[in-house]
Design a protein around this ligand. Sequence first.
Ligand code: PCA
Length: 225
Amino acid sequence: MYHHPSHYALPGERVILLTGFDPFGGDAHNPSWLIAQALDGQRIGGHRVVSAQLPTVFGRSLHDLSVLVQAHHPAMVVCLGQAGGRPGLSMERVGINIDDARIPDNTGAQPVDTPVAPGGPAAYFASLPVKAMLRGVQRANVPCEVSQTAGTFVCNHVLYGLMHLLATRPGGPQGVRGGFVHVPWLPSQGTPHLPLRDMVRGVHAALWAAVLAREDIALGAGATH
Ligand code: PCA
């Protein structure tokens, strides 16, 4: 399932490409896609949010993401994914070059200890200002932390693959910033959870903070939980 974006930027607007995933692992919903849909078309400080769905599938998710980046020329790419068991939003700091699936993806593939990009570097840091985004979300009174691992399933695959794509395409990242935000379960999925409206507010605040902070802020690790 691949949803084409329903909004496009007007001339002169910079694009924030915001992605969410389809449901996986037997769940009926994936809050990451519901949040992306809710924010589709929003204007954020001279930027237009263009939302699209990625499949929870190794390989194809990255293929779709690279097509979207080529089509929309975003100034910023923020991918969202569900992380059941986490209590709040998490700003992912790093993607690692490994696929190691605990459950099958939505095509039944379950890679074990294979690289996302053979020969690629071990890891990439997200280039979003994670601490500024953390503070923005906290100020909106939505639980949030900086996370040091996006796991080893499709979300990490997409974060690593996004940063690899930006780093290796002709001309380099070209100022395009990218990263990943994990979100908790909805109340219908389990505990801990957050209401959808709080997650939407939190991601909205994170996008504002990312647009406003050209450089990340210094915020001690003690403030990140
Ligand atoms: N979460 C999974 C993949 C898709 C999603 O929403 C993950 O954390 O890897």
